[in-house]
Design a binder for this molecule. Sequence first.
Ligand SMILES: [Zn+2]
Length: 337
Amino acid sequence: MSERYSRQIAFYGVGEEGQAKLRASRVVIVGMGALGTVTANNLARAGVGYLRLVDRDFVELSNLQRQVIYTEQDAAEALPKAEAAARHLREANSEIEIEPAVTDFNSSTAEALISDMDLVLDATDNFEARYLINETCHVLKKSWIYGGAIGSSGMTMNYIYGEDQPCFCCLAGPAAGGSGGPTCVTAGVLASATAIVSSYQCAEAIKYLTGNGDLRKTLLTFDLWENQFQEIEIIKDQDCPVCVHEEYTYYGKTQGMQAVSLCGRDAVQVIPEKTGDVDFERYAEKLGALGKVSCNDFTLDFDNGSIEIKLFKNGRAIIKHVDDESRAKSIYTEYIG
Ligand SMILES: [Zn+2]
């Protein structure tokens, strides 16, 4: 019996056989923020054999209150979250494979990020990404576990493919642009709330991957501050565009250069039509004449006093201090090409 997992193997729901199944499992975690860091930490230590960590962003000081695996040093270096998380988790468990995917999760990337995985864990912070996970999983016949938290409240639900259960679209209704609701920037969020959501997701993931235990079939919601806890039965929408009619709003829809305002960040993310390995040296030379340039293995930062660009290795960029998406696109075209 493996010493490392002895306490987990001793648990009746896992055992030697369950542990071996975890070892053979491949899980993708979409988003490495508050939920994703707790989930990745939990599943890496639990011995899930292959973890793909997806995140488009880099570590900042305001993350440290709840994004439990990052350090002040990560924030000082502004490391990409997926990369920083992979580094820390490899120190916790060197026996498993951890793949950092520093990329935006969108219609162009979703299929490749999910298709070779056994299970998808949602740790995103927006509805658009969840609709896309839902649609992509339905197309690829994959199961996924939804999780969300804001303020002191949280919720989670399983979507197990093939069980004729309600999907995320049955729950949330057909996709209809931004929700306009509160976000973690405006309403704040407690680390205790995100940790609970993530812990539920991980327990369900371990049930699913080991094939043991009864997966929860309800939507679970709670509010720690208001002392509320509820399980709600969700009815499958017999007219659901996704799981009944297989009509997709996000899956396979992206084309051309995209610009998306990053919620509450005073920044816009720009993704060029074609992504690929960017030659930082060439850009450092080109942009060095126009402003200050600094580089590490993952990002190139440009700052000329009014425009600030963080360019990632695959050509994606975050343009700071702009809120207008078309302005961001033109800055990208002007400076990056
Ligand atoms: Zn549905």
